[in-house]
Design a binder for this molecule. Sequence first.
Ligand SMILES: Cc1cc2nc3c(=O)[nH]c(=O)nc-3n(C[C@H](O)[C@H](O)[C@H](O)COP(=O)(O)O)c2cc1C
Length: 187
Amino acid sequence: MDKISISPEWVFSPQPMYIIGTKNEDGSPNFCIITWLGFSFDGGPNIMMTIGGTKLTKTNILREKKFSANMITEDNLWLADYFGNTNGEDGEKNALPYGYEKGKTVDVPILNECHWSYECEVTKVVELDGAHLFLAAVKNIQIDKDYSGMDMKKIDLTKIRPAVYAPYNYFSIGEKLGEMGEWKSHL
Ligand SMILES: Cc1cc2nc3c(=O)[nH]c(=O)nc-3n(C[C@H](O)[C@H](O)[C@H](O)COP(=O)(O)O)c2cc1C
């Protein structure tokens, strides 16, 4: 395969999409989208998340040291798009209807419209050159009751239907390609 180099400014990865829920100073909820987000494991599951510039979400997390990460799926994508294109500092995001409840373990707003939500407590904050990198421990996971029979060791993404981000577009996932370790039967 012949390859060419492109500028690092074009970095991207197929990014997971989450609606980040935080508590405002007066206790009301605020939601926005973060896609610079990944998971790691060190004694327990962690979320690594980068928030750039000045945002209400960042101010809230720096003060409260907690947030929820609510998975964006095909059915809540446009509500998420609204949250990600409006600034919390401009006032309450109430142009669209949605519901929320307090987390069961961490006092953070959990969005009713999302089927899979993480309740997180921040353990480390790294201040970068304008952005902040947050490391947070996952303290509880809330999932749609309809998923209660789901085999957690063989999660079927085609049922969850997560949205995937690649610069300035949203995608759905395609079909299942196969199972881990099956390589011999696919070549
Ligand atoms: C698809 C999408 C992905 C985004 N990903 C990020 C991200 O990874 N990090 C970030 O700092 N902002 C990201 N944003 C921008 C924030 O969601 C946006 O600035 C939002 O208005 C912040 O809301 P707030 O002011 O209520 O905190 C993204 C926005 C969209 C629409």
